[in-house]
Design a protein around this ligand. Structure first.
Ligand code: PRP
Ligand code: URA
Length: 209
């Protein structure tokens, strides 16, 4: 099992602080979510395999590196994961995008899946699952269960804010999944919201509250 990778970069900390602020409106919240996802993509793709090719610059022929290996898919967990997709596609435009729809039951806080549409060749792709919030971990664990049922193996999970409870649940259920976290928060409250957190990510992205 690899340890979760927790980001430590001034730009990411600064943007997450703006995201947490309750006075940040939906437009800025969406922009920040995508910008943070772009910065985190830099770390989450660091281990992409490379190969050497021969090219000709205006000066000479030389050997140069390009990305090789399997193709990539991004899988946002609806709704809030959608807010991260464009940020990652700006760096990996050839990636395909699958969608898994989940909401947390308001009473027992357990995830309920309502949608799943994945690229036909998903099992041949390296996958990054996207969700800004890892709270109890239920949604992430179930989404990754679903991907494994479809034959997927090389899966990473990226979130902007995580609670220790969610990290523990996810790494226990899926020790093979590398987890990337923007900032690790303190705990969950009695409603299973992350403290200090940023509130309900889906509502803040889509302005539904
Ligand atoms: C939020 C969030 C995660 C989930 C995290 O989604 O985007 O998917 O909660 O909580 P968990 O780790 O305890 O499962 P929500 O259920 O609010 O749905 P939404 O994105 O449609 O608002
Ligand atoms: N989902 C959210 O959007 N925020 C939380 O704090 C927990 C779950």
């Amino acid at each position: 099992m690899s340890k979760p990778f927790i980001m430590d970069h001034p730009l990411i900390h600064h943007k997450i602080t703006l995201l947490r602020d309750k006075n940040t409106g939906a437009k800025e919240f969406r922009e920040l979510t995508n910008e943070i996802a772009t910065l985190m993509c830099y770390e989450a793709t660091r281990d992409m395999p490379m190969k050497e090719v021969e090219i000709e610059t205006p000066i000479c022929i030389c050997k140069a590196k390009v990305i090789s290996g399997r193709k990539v898919a991004f899988v946002p967990i609806l709704r809030a994961g959608l807010g991260m997709v464009d940020g990652l596609l700006s760096l990996v435009p050839a990636a395909k995008v699958g969608h898994i729809g989940m909401y947390r039951d308001p009473v027992n806080h357990l995830p309920v899946e309502y949608y799943c549409k994945l690229p036909a060749d998903i099992q041949e792709r390296d996958i990054i699952v996207l969700d800004p919030m890892l709270a109890t971990g239920g949604s992430a664990v179930d989404a990754i269960d679903q991907l494994k049922k479809h034959g997927c193996s090389n899966i990473k999970f990226m979130c902007i804010i995580a609670a220790p409870e969610g990290v523990e649940a996810l790494t226990k259920a899926h020790p093979d999944v590398q987890v990337y976290i923007g900032e690790l928060d303190d705990h969950l409250n009695e409603h299973k919201y992350i403290v200090p957190g940023l509130g309900d990510a889906g509502d803040r992205i889509f302005g539904t509250k």
